[in-house]
Design a protein around this ligand. Structure first.
Ligand code: NAP
Length: 354
């Protein structure tokens, strides 16, 4: 791999995304030429924030059209690239057709991108944005993990098209990536597996599902109480940094859990209350599991009884040792991530004081 100080040419798929925004910024700052693949490069409004990032940086940005579901779609964007960052994949909690809306773009898209990598001699490394969703399905699965803490050795074995289809899409996509990677020796694959990504976006009106949690904290949805739901959390800027390190650390290999903190909804609510005061309808108590089981599915389609039974009330823990030791990652304090994201959404008017 090239030394990090040597500017090179890289491809970022899904460059309009929340995570990709910070990645593109970091790459431009390092002087790299970024081939930004987006669904519609003629939509100037959608790429304006990326243009603004490029202004004043030594790196340069060039746009290419790319759709995960169109074979060969990333071929042109990849020409001359040494590194491919494959971040594009739909991150949506509730969809009409999980196969069409989640699994096909994730799995066929990954196959599509990697087939083009195989046909592009300049590519030496692919950094795939996977997820801890490819490592575990339900919080209850932690009992079956080797260590009682999820590590890179774990794989999600419990998600399906019917149960947690987003997690299923990420698991299947990462598996396909490893299968394709193992059949050749022109390039190597490194995966970044973030937990729930939070923190301010490069643009405040991002559509990633990451923003929903704050909308629900602010709009009173969780005022009666929050589910006792635990998850890993990581700042979006740290996720971008992990991608850069995964690309430019020659010895990097395999999967990297990228998770700063084991947390839960009540901890986020208490950080928000501390910083933004008591006038907001942040939850003050945990909802009993039986009540959630009874009413959850009526309020939110994604809150199925099976999800509640296998996730609510269970702890969770992720081992981020590999990312700290091998990539040299350090993780921002949780309060910084939470406060800066909420403040950005407040300033942008996407949440309002009631
Ligand atoms: P996001 O803002 O919704 O970004 C998703 C990106 O994928 C967008 O650029 C989107 O393009 C692109 N995309 C979706 N369907 C596409 C298609 N058919 N063809 C081409 N591009 C398509 O979400 P994000 O949170 O940044 O997610 C980025 C990556 O991080 C995903 O792989 C996600 O699974 C992973 N991840 C996210 C989290 C999290 O908490 N946010 C955690 C772990 C892993 P458009 O702008 O055109 O829609």
């Amino acid at each position: 791999m090239t030394d990090q100080t040597q500017p090179t040419t890289v491809l970022v798929t899904g460059a309009t995304g929340y995570v990709a925004g910070w990645l593109v910024k970091a790459l431009l700052k390092e002087g790299h030429t970024v081939h930004a693949a987006v669904r519609d490069p003629s939509n100037k409004e959608k790429v304006a924030h990326l243009d603004a990032l490029a202004a004043g940086q030594s790196g340069e940005i060039r746009y290419f059209r790319g759709d995960l579901l169109e074979g060969g779609s990333y071929h042109d964007a990849m020409q001359g690239c040494e590194i491919v960052f494959h971040t594009a994949s739909p991150f949506i909690a509730s969809v009409a057709d999980p196969q069409r809306d989640l699994v096909d773009p994730a799995v066929k898209g990954t196959r599509n991108v990697l087939n083009s990598v195989n046909a592009t001699e300049s590519v030496r490394r692919v950094v795939l944005t996977s997820s801890v969703a490819a490592i575990y399905g339900d919080n209850a699965d932690m009992a079956n993990s080797r260590t009682g803490v999820f590590t890179e050795a774990d794989w999600n074995t419990t998600s399906s098209l019917e149960h947690q289809p987003y997690s299923y899409s990420k698991t299947q996509a990462e598996k396909v990536a490893w299968e394709i990677a193992e059949q050749q020796n022109q390039w190597d694959l490194v995966t970044v597996n973030p937990s729930l990504v939070l923190g301010p976006g490069i643009k405040p009106d991002a559509t990633s599902e990451s923003f929903s949690i704050f909308k629900q904290m602010a709009d009173g949805t969780l005022k009666p109480g929050a589910p006792d739901l635990a998850f890993g959390l990581v700042d979006v800027r740290d996720v971008a940094e992990a991608h850069v390190r995964a690309a430019f650390t020659p010895e990097a290999k395999g999967r990297y859990i990228t998770s700063g903190h084991d947390s839960n909804l009540m901890e986020i609510a208490s950080i928000l209350r501390e910083s933004f005061g008591n006038d907001w309808p942040f939850p003050k108590r945990t909802l009993p599991k039986w009540l959630l089981w009874l009413v959850g599915p009526m309020v939110n389609k994604a809150l199925t009884r099976k999800f509640i039974a296998r996730n609510v009330g269970y702890p969770i823990s992720f081992d981020n040792t590999r990312s700290r030791k091998e990539l040299g990652m350090t993780y921002r304090p949780l309060a910084e991530t939470v406060d800066e994201m909420f403040q950005q959404m407040l300033d942008a008017g996407s949440i309002r004081k009631r």
